[in-house]
Ligand binder design. Structure first.
Ligand SMILES: Cc1cc2nc3c(=O)[nH]c(=O)nc-3n(C[C@H](O)[C@H](O)[C@H](O)COP(=O)(O)O)c2cc1C
Length: 307
């Protein structure tokens, strides 16, 4: 199940997605102990943020809705947790940052790259902070390119993955533009913009009204996004994320073109040991299909289609 991604060796392709199970070294290590091949830290900003008022999260039968509002302890506190994690665990850690403008992306990137992260993910696609930050940068080619260029300048040795949004109609073109601007990988996708209405209270459920949809309902959207990105980029790999709750889901994401597979909301339905469960199921899938190397799954659905 071992897999190399941007020169970093993962014990298996299943990684914790950003924003789930906290930012502490202990909770990140727990995911590794429970079977994840790597972990992504909650996105960090220059200053700490409390996020939106409650209610910020709701779990439903087929999806999860959140508008946490990018609450995080700030980059300096986050760096302390990253250092602690690296002392107690040798597994790969993907850093994650976000900012409100191009210059600030440069500053947070420079800071986090002073910490022992293996890869850096750039969150330009959070759908629930629109009132504060306006439209996500991931909705436009120009904005995504501008951020990619500045983070690449400051990331130096650390490979960078740009995290894109399913709400951009042209995600393939945006991914290709990020690649041209120097991105080393694409993470597809963040949550999709959505909302629920509380029929009893006759009002939006979230305090922020709108939030991000994740979990099983997001999977077909994520698969299409990964498919488009795989078709559009020339050489860079994909961290395929969105709605994966089983080994079969993970296989589908790899068949569509993912090299690593991000798992977040599945923890809500299957518990924190979901990582090990998915890895075991993915192994079973490979056995059933006579596949010995996990790499052979990547992009296979594209080849089968044209055969
Ligand atoms: C509660 C919650 C918080 C999240 N916070 C972040 C975040 O800080 N940064 C980020 O890039 N993505 C964040 N995400 C998005 C996830 O990393 C992931 O892209 C999305 O949930 C789809 O994957 P899933 O269906 O496996 O959850 C968050 C998702 C949830 C549910």
């Amino acid at each position: 199940m071992k897999i190399d991604f941007l020169g970093v060796r993962f014990a298996n392709p299943i990684v914790l997605a950003s924003g789930i199970l906290g930012v502490t070294a202990a909770s990140l290590k727990r995911c590794i102990d429970l079977g994840a091949g790597g972990v992504t830290i909650k996105s960090l900003s220059l200053k700490s943020r409390t996020g939106h008022r409650n209610p910020t999260m709701g779990g439903y039968d087929h999806f999860f809705l959140n508008a946490v509002g990018l609450s995080n302890p700030g980059i300096e506190a986050g760096i302390k947790e990253i250092k602690k994690f690296k002392k107690i665990c040798h597994a790969p850690l993907i850093g994650s940052v976000f900012a409100g403008n191009v210059a600030e992306f440069g500053i947070v990137t420079k800071r986090i790259c002073s910490a022992p992260i293996d890869i850096l993910e750039i969150d330009i696609s959070c759908p629930n902070v629109g009132e504060e930050f306006d439209t996500p940068f991931a909705y436009s080619v120009e904005a995504a390119v501008a951020i990619t260029k500045v983070v690449k300048k400051y990331a130096k040795r650390v490979p960078v993955s740009m995290k894109l949004s399913p709400n951009a109609w042209n995600i393939g073109a945006i991914a290709a533009a990020c690649e041209q601007a120097g991105a080393d990988a694409i993470t597809a996708i963040n949550t999709a913009s959505g909302m629920t209405i509380d029929s009893a209270f006759q009002a939006p459920f979230l305090s922020n009204t709108v939030g991000g949809v994740s979990g099983p309902a997001l999977k077909p959207i994520a698969l299409k996004a990964v498919w488009d990105v795989y078709n559009s980029v020339k050489r860079i790999p994909i961290i395929a994320t969105g709605g994966v709750t089983s080994g079969e889901d993970a296989a589908e994401m790899m068949l569509a073109g993912g090299t690593l597979v991000g798992v977040g909301s599945a923890v809500f339905w299957r518990g924190p040991d979901v990582f090990g469960k998915i890895v075991a199921e993915l192994k079973q899938y490979m056995k059933q299909h006579n596949m010995r190397n996990v790499k052979s799954i990547i992009g296979k659905a594209h080849k089968s289609r044209s055969a």
